[in-house]
Write a protein that binds this ligand. Structure first.
Ligand SMILES: [Cu+2]
Length: 321
């Protein structure tokens, strides 16, 4: 009950201080935000609840301790003729109280926190698995068992802005996701337990989307696990959370949560794109193209790949927003 009241009070404070510039997306942080976000998964809500319990315990301790101090200073002030008890050495009763009370409070916080941590690491009964690999400086996503994989790197708009030396402004809507936009977003279905296996190819990175409620290190040679179950469709942004080199700040993460039907449609599209034609079929297409061309020459080759995009080995088509 106290947790809910606190959440409501903080939400009110936060919304009152958001002025006239609401966040571009409901899940993104906004100016003068005071409290952490509740997020959109079981894990994030568990973290939020644990945080609120600890916060309110701290608030009560603060009120009691400062209240007692101010009361003592006021009630027993020198001008009222108060005399210090110079013979006081210790009070066994008081020592027992100020040892037992913190111990009880710590147990009250540690017990639910431990249960929550255990639940956050339980990846059993997941419905799908995504392998996440960190690279300097991009992410690769593989939908295991589906044959769909692509890389995700900083979008060109953010990249151009950072090279230009201009300062992005919150008031300019186009700038709000500066350094938080990617070319290919990770599309996930809502209300589905998604297991992640997370690793890295070069140095240690960490995959972190605050709205999902956790971050997980991506370590070369080690596979870490995590899971999520997003309950609200939307765009959720995050970043690499482990200093991984000079472009550490330029490898954002964007998760797009969609309905299960929409996800299946997207997955089918990706599979269709990934299905490369057989060499025979490719040859036949080329011959047909030559016949169809009035000059009888092969159609122009695709343009040389953009050198700024070279680290992307198998770039998938951008997801239509
Ligand atoms: Cu990194």
């Amino acid at each position: 009950m106290a947790v809910r009241a606190a959440a409501a009070a903080f939400a009110l404070l936060a919304s009152a201080s958001a002025f006239a510039t609401p966040a571009a997306e409901p899940s993104s942080p906004h100016p003068w935000q005071l409290n952490m976000r509740e997020g959109v998964t079981h894990s994030s809500r568990m973290a939020y609840d644990a945080h609120m319990v600890a916060l309110w315990i701290c608030v009560v301790i603060g009120i009691v301790v400062f209240g007692a101090m101010f009361y003592a200073m006021w009630k027993f002030r020198h001008s009222k003729g108060a005399k210090p008890d110079v013979n006081f050495t210790h009070s066994t009763k008081l020592e027992i109280v100020w040892t037992l009370v913190p111990v009880i409070l710590l147990v009250c916080m540690a017990w639910p926190a431990t249960a929550k941590l255990i639940a956050m690491y339980d990846t059993r009964n997941s419905e799908m698995t995504v392998k996440v690999t960190g690279y300097q400086w991009m992410w690769k996503y593989e939908y295991l068992g589906e044959g769909v994989e692509f890389t995700s790197r900083l979008d060109k708009g953010s990249d151009a802005m950072r090279q230009s030396g201009k300062t992005p402004s919150w008031n300019n809507e186009a700038d709000r996701n500066y350094l938080l936009d990617v070319d290919n977003v990770l599309v996930l279905p809502v209300n589905t337990k998604v297991r992640f296996v997370i690793t890295a190819d070069d140095v240690i990175h960490a995959w972190w989307v605050p709205s999902l409620g956790w971050k997980q290190d991506a370590i070369p040679g080690i596979i870490n696990e995590a899971w999520t179950d997003i309950d609200t469709p939307g765009i959720y942004r995050g970043q690499c959370a482990e200093l991984c080199g000079k472009d550490h700040g330029f490898m954002p993460i964007v998760v797009k949560a969609v309905s299960k039907v929409e996800y299946q449609r997207w997955l089918a599209e990706q599979k269709a794109k990934a299905g490369a034609p057989s060499p025979e079929a490719a040859h036949a297409t080329a011959v047909d193209a030559m016949k169809a061309s009035p000059e009888g020459i092969a159609p122009a080759q695709p343009a040389t790949p953009d050198p700024s995009n070279t680290p992307t080995p198998e770039k998938a088509e951008p997801v239509t927003q």
